[in-house]
Design a protein around this ligand. Structure first.
Ligand SMILES: [Zn+2]
Length: 406
């Protein structure tokens, strides 16, 4: 009977905490993948009937399933399931009110059957997809964004969080945007011991926000403060909309070779400073692809802004910040050998906002991963970035022009 009590207490606590909250979202409780003859069957268990929308995308081949907001209660083992045409899958919040699952395909496949099975005995609703292999040519004729959601998913406004524009004026405080990388359906890198980059950088982002706000000198805007997906374009838009004086994107990725550890700072450049930096930018720029974002109208944004003269000054300011940040990071812990590097990160491309991307450590390194999961590390890291922000604004006097180092 014990769990009944737990449930009762939980229900009571929830009722107290949020009396006005609507019914809980439908729950996704299990995923199964199996090869059945020529077909790969993908089954999701759902607590109730939900509307869903499915479409396929190419390069890489993947299937996107959109739901109203659902709660994911999957056994960690179930999230590793793969068989036949299904290589793996991700899921999470895509935007408020909308959850998404993205299934990675081993090769082009068409959805031969899709249906929602009603409850049967113990089982609740089941969403069933049968996938069959097809040629690339055939795949391409049916893949793409559904026409009715096309405009919606390509609009950055949809995913842009509210930003208080008025916040800036009164005290002329500096505006710092903290961008926690990844989120929701895009988990980012996964550590050797299972840490998700999206969670690690969000808690660091919050610690950094607190450190900056404590000083009373800054208005801090977070690109996200919950586990939700945000497109790269939307992140850039947050910085521009807030008329940020500084944009700091936080990441913790993995690198080939588990020996690499320590922090690095990246600023924008059309030409990457080295192969690793280029590879990293390439993988970070995949975020939208990973989450199944419509990039049809993205190309112009990505290319037109770049190599703009107006951007030069912004870039110089970003470099300036990187130069004060590296020694602070060094004091806080390990940094990589080439601690300041350059590459074409989409998230750094606001033409008028000095932007840096900090890789705070490597989840592919077990030592880095366990250190980064401690409160002590988080505080040190947040404090050291905050100190660098202070130093940067002290020496740049706010006109973004580089001054001689003292
Ligand atoms: Zn990342």
């Amino acid at each position: 009977m014990r769990w009944n009590w737990h449930r009762l207490i939980l229900a009571f606590a929830l009722a107290l905490a949020a009396p006005a909250v609507a019914a809980p979202p439908p729950v996704v409780s299990d995923v199964r993948v199996a090869q059945n003859g020529k077909h790969t069957r993908f089954v999701l268990n759902l607590s109730e009937k939900v509307d869903f929308e499915i479409f396929t995308l190419a390069d890489p081949y993947r299937i996107v399933i959109d739901f109203p907001e659902v709660a994911w209660r999957l056994d960690p083992a179930a999230t590793q399931a793969s068989a036949g045409l299904v290589k793996g899958f991700r899921f999470g919040l895509f935007k408020p009110g909308r959850s998404r699952m993205v299934i990675d395909l081993a090769s082009p496949a068409s959805i031969k059957n899709k249906f929602l099975l009603p409850p049967e005995g113990e089982r609740r609703y089941r969403l069933v997809l049968d996938l069959g292999q097809v040629a690339r040519k055939e795949y391409l004729t049916t893949s793409g964004w559904p026409t009715d959601t096309h405009a919606e998913s390509s609009s950055p406004a949809e995913t842009e969080p509210e930003v208080e524009m008025a916040a800036r004026a009164p005290a002329a405080k500096r505006v710092v945007v903290i961008d926690a990388g990844h989120g929701g359906v895009d988990p980012g890198a996964t550590g050797v011991d299972g840490t998700h980059e999206k969670d690690l950088v969000l808690s660091l982002a919050k610690a950094l926000r607190d450190a900056l706000e404590r000083s009373g000198k800054y208005v801090v805007v977070m690109s996200r403060d919950s586990d939700i997906f945000l497109s790269l374009k939307a992140r850039v838009a947050v910085g521009r909309k807030a008329r940020a004086d500084l944009f700091i994107s936080l990441h913790a990725d993995s690198a080939p070779g588990s020996m690499v550890r320590g922090a690095s700072v990246y600023t924008l450049s059309e030409r990457a400073s080295d192969k690793e930096a280029e590879a990293l930018a390439k993988s970070e720029n995949q975020s939208d692809i990973i989450a199944g974002v419509d990039l049809t109208n993205e190309a112009d944004v990505v290319t037109s802004i770049l190599i703009d003269l107006a951007q030069r000054e912004t870039k110089n300011s970003a470099v300036k910040f990187a130069q004060v940040l590296v020694p602070e990071l060094q004091r806080a812990g390990e940094v990589t050998q080439k601690s300041h590097r350059f590459a074409g990160f989409v998230v750094l491309k606001a033409p008028d906002v000095p932007s840096v991307l900090v890789e705070v450590g490597y989840l592919s390194n077990r030592q880095d991963e366990s250190v980064m999961n401690t409160n002590r590390w988080r505080k040190r890291m947040a404090d050291s970035i905050a100190r660098a922000v202070d130093r940067y604004f002290r020496t740049s006097r706010g006109d973004h022009k580089a001054e001689a180092e003292p």
